[in-house]
Design a protein. Structure first.
Lengths: 162, 688
């Protein structure tokens, strides 16, 4: 916020610059407070918005500085034409959105979309052969293998004992 | 098939001989209940030992008759009609390494003129915003480079917002979206590296055999730095080919799938490999964790061949850097493999697929069985020590002399050790015979010394792994499930104090076992000394294994070398260069990437384009996203935790609104913790 106010203050003409010559001053009396020029103040306000928009365009969208200034001028003019004098934050937000919209379609899109052309991946049955009614042959072969694997060494052990 | 008959007869015959010898030893004083229990436990262990020996023995014979591979593998022309997808699933990985690997493979493909034949797809399941945004950042760099250098294969990136069914779900999602576009897909792991030659040869294998559903290339281990990792990769270099060729010998068209470095016929995968949820809850029910074995079995059930290309030896992956990382991975694999026990009797599977499941289960259950066997043996020794020798039995006129069976027991031990160690000699013989390989590994003496170092270290590590595997088996069976954590792939030298702190319980167990054995019988303590030594020295063994300094010192001494270290293929050289470049630059952190995604229009546009590719809803509600967006706007990126950052990043509407709002605050100097803006290489020109 501090920086915001500082920038705004620099954009607006100083009190000395804006002060007009008055009859009182001509007569050597105390100088009255200067009357601000509303048009100049509004111009300064939009100039400030334009500069910020240019900064935005240069950094967020990577525009070279002259192009950023030019684009910011166009954007600010467009926003200014369609609004009254808004507060600083919403004016800037509108300019940024406007600039963003203008450039939205302009950048390169890295993800080249591939066509969606898929294949199904349906879950496959993995029910055990033991509780499945078929195929009986599969179950018989399975258990024959298990028995062979376990029984052959066990038989060997039994033979040793005989 | 004759070769399988020979293999089965060899395994059963060897196991039968072992069990018979053991029974003869136990029967010397009659069979007690304890003896019967010991025999019951020994039967599966004998089968396991015999299976392992005959697999490696078959591999030895295959490689002996085949002869050394050519110095440089030929690169066949790719004749596939369309491009082949190379899918790289990632999950909260170290982004620099993953994308350097991808870039190295792209350059290798481009160098061989194969860039047009492959599309690389990074399939992200990352759940943390930091890795996610880093992946997008790295992907944007790769996408831009594709424009600059012609001939590089394109890289696509997609992140799922909800990572259902983990890695298998990630790949299934890809098939559901783009399966028709690719006849084949090569599945990689995050740390896989495949040469252009290996990719082209895998495609050629599929083209040559229309019935091939999957061809698995055995990955070699490379780029390890710690002693443990270098021992693993040296073992892989010397004995790994025996294992791959042995399995290929008896499995033939009923081979297996190890989850990565394999090519798959996409339509076959779609038809056969949709995975159901198993009845019940985790760890033994629910989602199938180790999907690869199941997918291989389902492909075979569907009539497709599953082949192991044991002659393609230039596909790579990285070993776990430390013993702790290895144990963590094994805990996860143990749960997945034990789940397979439920699938052994699944209907319609080929018996060799059931055998693959059984071998996977036994990889972990064998440790628990060895532990039970040791405990029972110790009990038996204790019982014998307390039983007085009786020379005179009632009713017998002559004394009964105790029979000496120590000789027979030693013979049995020697045979069992032989079954474990002789395959190492097979590997050594093959390495020494191949002059080019022998020189690449530092010469004959160094290879032999390397085998001795590897044997000694793995012997000391074996009891530690036995306990870890046993714990994993028992905890899984008791219902404790493990989550899906990202795998650590990078070594960091740990302090000795840390090793002592973590592994001291193993020392305590080893000391207790030694003391108990000594009290029971000093002979028993001597018999158990290899187990006791490994356990007592656990902190030292692990600390040495985890040490990068020791690993590199041995490398400087040209010990435990691998071919990839002395004659690295161009793809590995490129990877090293890219990693050096990556190390020299500072990667932006999560907060910077989050801010840049919101502020930088180009980056935001990419992010918004990528979001709908997963076709999924965010887990965060719109209200949560709106609240997180407000926090980001007013309190800055550092104020958001990971969950809030994800909520914002997964909501396109909020992001669009935040862009101008956060810029307005940034320009006003009122966006807390605002990072410096991202660098822009080339200012963009406004169209028109």
């Amino acid at each position: 916020m501090v920086r915001h106010l500082t920038l705004a203050a620099t954009a607006v003409p100083t009190a000395t610059e804006a002060r007009p010559a008055t009859p009182t001053a001509a007569h050597g009396g105390p100088k009255p407070a200067p009357v601000p020029d509303p048009a100049a103040q509004i111009d300064a306000f939009w100039r400030h918005i334009r500069l910020k928009t240019a900064v935005y365009l240069a950094h967020a969208h990577g525009l070279p500085r002259p192009q950023a200034m030019e684009e910011a001028r166009r954007v600010t003019a467009a926003v200014r034409a369609e609004t009254a004098v808004p507060d600083r934050e919403s004016a800037l937000a509108r300019c940024l959105e406007h600039a963003g919209r203008l450039l939205a379609e302009d950048g390169r899109h890295r993800p080249v979309p591939l066509p969606v052309a898929g294949l199904p991946m349906d879950p496959q049955p993995l029910s055990p052969v033991l509780i499945a009614p078929t195929p009986g042959l599969g179950a018989a072969r399975l258990w024959a293998m298990v028995l062979a694997a376990m029984v052959v060494p066990a038989l060997a052990a039994a033979l040793v004992l005989i | 098939m004759a070769r399988r008959s020979v293999f089965v007869i060899g395994v059963l015959g060897t196991a039968a001989a072992l069990v018979a010898s053991y029974t003869r030893i136990l029967y010397v004083d009659g069979l007690s209940l304890l003896d019967i229990a010991l025999i019951a436990v020994f039967v599966p262990l004998a089968l396991w030992l015999a299976q392992s020996f005959w697999t490696l023995g078959a591999g030895f014979l295959v490689l002996l008759f085949r002869g050394p591979p050519p110095a440089e593998a030929p690169v066949p022309p790719v004749t596939a009609k369309g491009p082949t997808a190379v899918v790289v699933p990632v999950y909260n990985e170290e982004v620099g390494r993953v994308f350097a690997g991808i870039q190295a493979m792209r350059r290798d493909l481009a160098a061989h003129g194969l860039g047009d034949h492959f599309h690389i797809h990074v399939l992200s399941d990352s759940t943390r915003p930091g890795p996610w945004l880093s992946e997008v950042d790295a992907w944007r760099d790769l996408a831009d480079q594709a424009d600059e250098a012609r001939g590089l294969p394109p890289v696509y990136y997609r992140r799922r917002l909800q990572n259902r069914e983990r890695k298998s779900g990630n790949i299934a999602d890809f098939v559901r979206r783009h399966g028709q576009l690719y006849e084949y897909m090569v599945v990689l792991d995050a740390d896989s590296i495949m040469t252009a030659s290996s990719l082209a040869r895998l495609v050629a294998r599929m083209e040559a055999d229309p019935k091939a559903g999957l061809v698995q290339a055995p990955p070699r281990l490379a780029r390890g730095e710690t002693l443990f990792a270098r021992i693993l990769q040296f073992a892989g270099a010397v004995y790994g080919p025996l294992s791959a060729s042995g399995i290929a010998f008896w499995a033939a068209g009923e081979g297996n799938y190890w989850g990565h470095n394999a090519i798959i016929r996409t339509r076959a995968f779609s038809d056969c490999c949709g995975l159901p949820e198993l009845p019940g809850s985790a760890p033994l029910g629910g989602e199938i964790l180790s999907h690869d074995f199941v997918e291989a079995a389902l492909l075979r059930r569907g009539g497709w061949k599953v082949l192991i290309a044991d002659d393609i030896d230039d596909t790579l992956e990285e070993p776990p850097p430390t013993v702790g990382d290895f144990a963590t991975r094994d805990r996860r694999w143990c749960q997945g493999n034990l789940q397979h026990a439920r699938l052994i009797p699944a209907r319609g599977l080929h018996w060799v697929s059931r055998l693959h499941f059984s071998v996977g289960v036994m990889s972990y259950v064998s440790s628990a069985l060895w532990l039970v066997f040791l405990v029972l043996s110790a009990l038996q020794a204790w019982q014998l020590a307390r039983t007085p020798v009786s020379y005179f039995a009632a009713g017998r006129p002559f004394p009964q002399w105790p029979l000496e069976v120590q000789g027979a027991a030693l013979t049995l031990l020697a045979v069992a050790l032989g079954l474990l160690l002789v395959p190492k000699l097979f590997g050594l013989v093959l390495t020494l015979r191949d002059g080019r390989l022998r020189r690449a590994l530092g010469g004959g003496w160094r290879v032999t010394l390397g085998v001795l170092i590897e044997t000694l270290y793995t012997a000391l590590l074996a009891p530690i792994m036995m306990l870890l595997h046993s714990l994993a088996v028992f905890s899984t069976v008791l219902g404790r499930a493990v989550g899906w954590s990202a795998q650590n792939r990078k070594a960091e030298d740990g302090a000795f104090e840390q090793a002592v702190e973590r592994w001291l319980p193993f020392t305590a167990i080893g000391t207790a076992v030694t003391a108990a054995a000594w009290i029971t019988s000093p002979t028993l303590a001597l018999w158990l000394s290899p187990v006791e030594a490994g356990l007592i020295l656990a902190p030292v063994v692990v600390w040495l294994g985890d040490s990068g300094r020791v690993g590199l010192a041995l490398k400087r001494a040209r010990l435990l070398l691998t071919r990839e270290e002395t004659l690295p293929p161009p793809v590995l050289q490129t990877l090293d260069t890219l990693l050096d470049e990556d190390a020299a630059r500072t990667r932006p952190d999560r907060n910077a990437l989050l801010a840049w995604t919101v502020l930088d229009a180009d980056r935001l546009r990419d992010h918004l384009d990528l979001l709908p590719l997963a076709d999924q809803e965010s887990r965060a509600t719109p209200e949560q996203a709106a609240a997180a967006a407000r926090k980001l706007r007013y309190l800055g990126p550092a104020a958001l935790d990971d969950k809030e950052a994800l909520a914002v990043l997964e909501n396109a509407e909020e992001l669009v609104g935040l862009h101008a709002a956060c810029w307005a605050r940034w320009l006003a100097g009122d966006w807390p913790d605002a990072p410096p803006l991202p660098p822009r290489a080339v200012p963009r020109k406004l169209a028109g």
